[in-house]
Design a protein around this ligand. Structure first.
Ligand SMILES: Cc1ncc(COP(=O)(O)O)c(C=O)c1O
Length: 414
């Protein structure tokens, strides 16, 4: 009986999900492969410790003061209802934050800021504002693919801009053909960049503004990691003259304040982009819980929280990077984010060779119970995240030592 039901529903899936083939594809995707390799390795070595450098989110709770702010606000009757397109206090706090951390002044919280239920959801909605069938979104790869997915769902096309080491992981905007530039409506950039850890420069942002103006393109700068920088001060696209004429920037509380599960972000910049986004958003959700937005105000007003978080990642990243360098990897401290991005070795002495990063990543899990994320979009690299769990600083040292030891048992060839 149920088979009959299943069969007609199977035939109703939209083409954007693969139509009738949805859920039946044999292809196993990267993250699923890694999960399977992880499960198999743990089953083969019961009780062994997995060193998990594969996670893309903070390993700790939000700070107690932020949690207490939420507790207080959650009890207030005035916070119970729909938040629609957001409360004024959060928009005001966002404008203050942009000024305090990034030196971005002149943001009008009434028309140039809106909140989002995480930056993922903002990125998912922006194509709805601009993309008609045949329009192009430029996406940097490797990267966070949400805007590409939704561009395709609206019938648009995606053109990838590879991020290569020799180009400091910045996209080559000069490489685009005139026809592509003509059809392009959106450019997605993300700095500090996931997964490469690269930072942008003022001159790159200036070039982006010129490029956008010359070609009538909307820039979307995903600043999810913007506050997590190591050797230089946090940089905002909006700090560059003219940026507000061409685009918006999305900030998230997920990584800068250990608030991934809370789902809170804001988008700021060009008022026409913000107005379009507000219209789409209003048709998708009814806003984040006001108590969460008010706790978010507390967080944005306490950027010293981010400084503490950054200090921890910096300590871990330096240790991870120096261990990799000792083993022969070409590993550098990232400009920002909590990721190291290193080129894979050719193989191990008298043993395996690796044809791509997926193979190398699977090998590390299977042989050494070390989890990483492989990227094969523009060269073969693995991403190692400094967000592994530990029970305090001493335990952190132990995990890092264990990483060093296990990796040292493999003789890599480059
Ligand atoms: C580059 C990038 N953008 C956006 C996000 C999503 O962040 P949020 O938690 O604000 O939705 C992530 C999360 O990993 C990310 O890596």
């Amino acid at each position: 009986m149920t088979t009959e039901k299943e069969s007609y529903i199977q035939s109703l899936y939209a083409e954007r999900l693969g139509g009738g083939k949805f859920g039946k594809e044999q292809k196993v995707y990267k993250f699923e492969k890694i999960k399977r390799a992880k499960r198999a390795a743990l089953a083969a070595h019961p009780g062994a410790e997995l060193i998990d450098f594969g996670v893309g989110e903070p390993d700790e709770m939000a700070y107690p003061d932020v949690v207490h702010a939420l507790q207080r606000e959650a009890e207030k009757p005035e916070n119970r209802g729909y938040a629609d397109n957001g409360i004024q206090e959060f928009k005001d706090a966002a404008a203050r934050y942009l000024w305090k951390i990034y030196g971005v002044g002149g943001i009008d919280p009434d028309i140039e800021v809106l909140h989002g239920i995480g930056s993922k959801s903002v990125l998912a909605m922006i194509p709805a504002v601009f993309i008609n069938p045949g329009d192009i979104t430029l996406m940097t790869v490797p990267g966070y693919p949400i805007m590409a997915t939704h561009t395709r769902w609206y019938g648009g096309d995606v053109v990838n801009l590879p991020l290569r080491e020799e180009n400091l992981f910045l996209p080559d905007l000069d490489s685009l053909a005139p026809d592509v530039k003509k059809r392009t409506k959106l450019l997605y950039i993300n700095y500090p960049n996931n997964p490469t850890g690269a930072g942008a420069t003022n001159s790159f942002f200036e070039k982006v503004v010129r490029f956008a103006k010359e070609n009538s393109i909307v820039v979307v700068h995903d600043a999810a990691y913007a506050a997590l920088t190591y050797s230089s001060k946090p940089l905002s696209f909006l700090a560059v003259p003219g940026a507000k004429d061409v685009g918006v920037e999305i900030h998230s509380l997920s990584k800068a304040f250990n608030m991934t599960g809370w789902r809170l972000a804001f988008v700021a910049g060009n008022n026409k982009v913000i107005a379009g986004f507000g219209n789409v958003k209003d048709n998708y959700d009814s806003g984040q819980f006001k108590a969460i937005q008010k706790a978010g105000v507390y967080a944005l007003d306490h950027p010293e929280i981010t400084n503490e978080i950054t200090a921890k990642y910096e300590r871990r990243l330096r240790a991870m990077s120096s261990a990799l360098t000792e083993l022969g990897f070409n590993s550098k401290m990232p400009a920002g984010t909590f990721y190291l991005y290193v080129k894979i070795p050719k193989g191990v002495k008298n043993g395996r060779t690796f044809s791509d990063a997926e193979e190398f990543s699977e090998f590390l899990i299977t042989e050494k119970l070390i989890s990483t994320v492989p990227w094969d979009d523009a060269g073969s690299y693995v991403r190692l995240s400094a967000t592994f769990e530990s029970k305090g600083k001493a335990d952190e040292q132990r995990v890092l030592e264990e990483f060093r030891k296990r990796m040292g048992e493999l003789q890599f060839e480059f």
